[in-house]
Design a protein around this ligand. Structure first.
Ligand code: GRF
Length: 197
């Protein structure tokens, strides 16, 4: 059984699709053992509670400095000892010590086709604003391993999504989530849980 900890910051729609995938069997051999959020108001924590999954709030605001937060995050993850850490809209930079403690055991969903529109400053709607500003006809989402750099680790899965005439960042974000993110993140977890990768 793959023990998974999911890290979130916002609405948790990606988390919800992981919860649903485990429940309906499309994600095999997997148990979500905890959800960690830096944001106590994240609706993702409500989704976890409704699914009976323990929620943990660890916010940098509650620590004297970033080093103290990083240590607390590492301690919590080592206590939970997951087989896989899934970043599902987690807006906190993963400390190098966590990457080192969980080599090739951390994956992230990014709402573009990496290497486009990724790296420092590219998150949430900003990604789709940049894609629309550049005028790309195709965008999408990427699941990748997390390494010491931002949005830089080995790519696991990608799925393309067409940009349509009249798209706003919000409309495009919704299409990328529905047609790509919510499909490839559960798929990647299932692939890891079944030993396919
Ligand atoms: C989405 O914009 C997704 O593209 C990115 O972070 C956000 C997470 O949304 N990974 P949600 O919290 O999963 O709904």
């Amino acid at each position: 059984m793959l023990k998974v900890v999911v890290c979130v910051s916002g609405g948790g729609t990606n988390l919800q699709h992981i919860i649903d995938g485990v429940a309906d069997g499309t994600i095999r051999n997997t148990k979500i053992t905890a959800v960690i959020s830096n944001n106590e108001g994240a609706y993702a924590l409500t989704r976890a509670e409704k699914a009976g999954i323990p929620g943990v709030v660890l916010s940098p605001k509650d620590y004297p400095d970033r080093a103290a937060f990083n240590e607390a995050l590492l301690d919590k993850l080592e206590e939970l000892s997951p087989d896989l850490i899934v970043l599902a809209g987690y807006l906190v930079r993963i400390p190098e010590a966590v990457v080192a403690a969980f080599p090739k055991k951390i994956i992230n969903i990014h709402p573009s086709l990496i290497p486009s529109f990724c790296g420092k400053g590219y998150y949430g709607l900003k990604v789709h604003e940049a894609a629309l500003a550049r005028g790309v006809k195709v965008t999408g989402a990427t699941v990748h391993y997390v390494d010491e750099d931002v949005d830089h680790g080995e790519i696991i899965l990608q799925k393309a999504v067409n940009v349509q005439k009249g798209d706003t960042p919000e409309i495009l974000q919704k299409r990328v989530m529905e047609q790509a993110e919510w499909i490839i993140l559960p798929k990647a977890i299932d692939m890891i849980a079944t030993g396919e990768i």
